[in-house]
Design a protein around this ligand. Sequence first.
Ligand SMILES: [Zn+2]
Length: 297
Amino acid sequence: MRIIDAHVHLYPPEVGLDPAAWAAAQGEPHWAALCTRCRRDGRPVQTFPTVDHLLREMDRQQVEVAVLQGWYWEKPETCVWQNRFFAECRKAHPDRLAAFATLHPAAGPAAVQDEIRWARDAGFCGLGELSPHSQHCRIDDPVLAVALELAGVSGLPVNLHVTDPTGRNYPGRVDTPLEDFRRLARAFPRTTFIFAHWGGGLALLEANPDIRDDLANVVYDTAASPLISDERIWRRVLEVVPVGKVLFGSDHPLVLYPKTESGPGWHGILAEIDRAGLSREEKALLLAGNAARLLRL
Ligand SMILES: [Zn+2]
């Protein structure tokens, strides 16, 4: 069965050599707090594969396409730098890698619009992963509004990082109130949003018809699911939202099963989906069909 992972992170090799030093030099402390830390058992939360290593692992585990998500950097220039890197990756592997472009509203309205148009012309298929709350930006920031509006007009879905307000605390955690995301979805009805990590639980709240109406232009990805929920979540969400609203995403190269696995990989999360008892059609849509349609892959 075809597999498109809609939520993969990737960095140039210089980052992987010494991620903490790189982040310190770039002035990206929040990324460092989240991505370069170790768990209590001393093992790192994620690895830093090169593009070749990523492709080898995708081959081995039968993942056809990885959608590279940018990071919600604190500095506009880091966003541009990552976008250029993704453009190179795409050029080298157009059949295996798709990409979302990241941005920072502090770049100003002209630069942000130029970057979005550049990304669209370079074949990027969305914007993200963004996190206004982590990027020190108000949810009603006027430049963010310009970006979200242009994304809608340009047919670029926007991936937003959402944390579960009831989830556990961890170093670098930033609260992202669910009401803010509901407001954004309502304020930009022409824009398709991908709320990451099951929308921090918003997907389940669509059982409420008022919330469901407000989130008509929202889909969810499943990034990091094993770290934030037990495996009943797959069935539970699909009891509330149609399968067309769920995109498979892993958050690779995050280690998804730190108690039983030492590195990142897709086997565990795919096995969870197998055990969830979805129909063949549901699985095909969730694993690839929805992303292929939405991102025109
Ligand atoms: Zn995220």
